[in-house]
Design a protein around this ligand. Structure first.
Ligand SMILES: [Ca+2]
Ligand SMILES: [Ca+2]
Length: 208
């Protein structure tokens, strides 16, 4: 009888001991999990702050880089990186149109782009224009519509004392109705009626 009782006591003791051990191991696991969680949160916070620090530094650097790029772009495209259709020649910018229209519309179109129809006042400029126009007709800023035979450059450049490059036999004021000038074959000038539709060349100073 006594022996049986003792046996029971021993079993209870063992069970209790086992229960305590399990409890302790659970506690350890939860503690480790908790620590791991805290560690993850900390690492995340640290990396997040680093990323934000780097991005704010990049933002500081960005305008400087942009400035450098635009300086370089201005060297490559002196007429402005944002308007690459303007071509640079000898200190000025030129636009060779892709559409055809009357001399008046072309003049207005150039003015809308803060420029004017080209003034060809030197052989160098003539050479640049004729290389670029390749026998195609392009309006220039020359007209005698105010007074027949009195040719005038639209910027007031004195016609009589400056360079000319008329085609042989031109200006001929054909049908008494040719008051506007364009470049044509070999870049030579011809007078034609002003409502004729052809390409045009605008000219403007270098942007600041
Ligand atoms: Ca005329
Ligand atoms: Ca003519």
């Amino acid at each position: 009888m006594d022996e049986e009782h003792l046996h029971d006591d021993l079993r209870v003791f063992k069970d209790r001991n086992f229960f305590q051990l399990r409890l302790r191991s659970f506690f350890t696991v939860y503690l480790l999990l908790g620590l791991f969680f805290v560690l993850i949160i900390t690492l995340f916070a640290v990396s997040l702050s680093r990323v934000s620090a780097i991005s704010s530094k990049l933002n500081e650097v960005q305008p400087e880089r942009k400035q450098n790029f635009s300086d370089r772009d201005f060297l490559l495209f002196p007429c402005g990186p944002g308007s690459r259709e303007w071509e640079y020649f000898n200190g000025k910018c030129y636009y060779f149109s892709l559409t055809r229209m009357s001399w008046y519309k072309a003049k207005a179109q150039c003015e809308e782009m803060h420029s004017q129809l080209v003034i060809i006042n030197s052989y160098a400029k003539q050479n640049f224009v004729m290389f670029r126009t390749r026998n195609e007709r392009f309006w220039i800023g020359l007209t005698d519509e105010n007074s027949e035979g009195e040719w005038e450059w639209i910027d007031g450049t004195d016609y009589k004392t400056t360079f000319t490059f008329w085609k042989e036999g031109e200006p001929n004021n054909s049908n008494n109705n040719e008051d506007c000038a364009h470049v044509w074959i070999s870049g030579k000038w011809n007078d034609v009626y002003c409502t004729y539709e052809c390409y045009y060349i605008c000219e403007k100073p270098l942007p600041n």
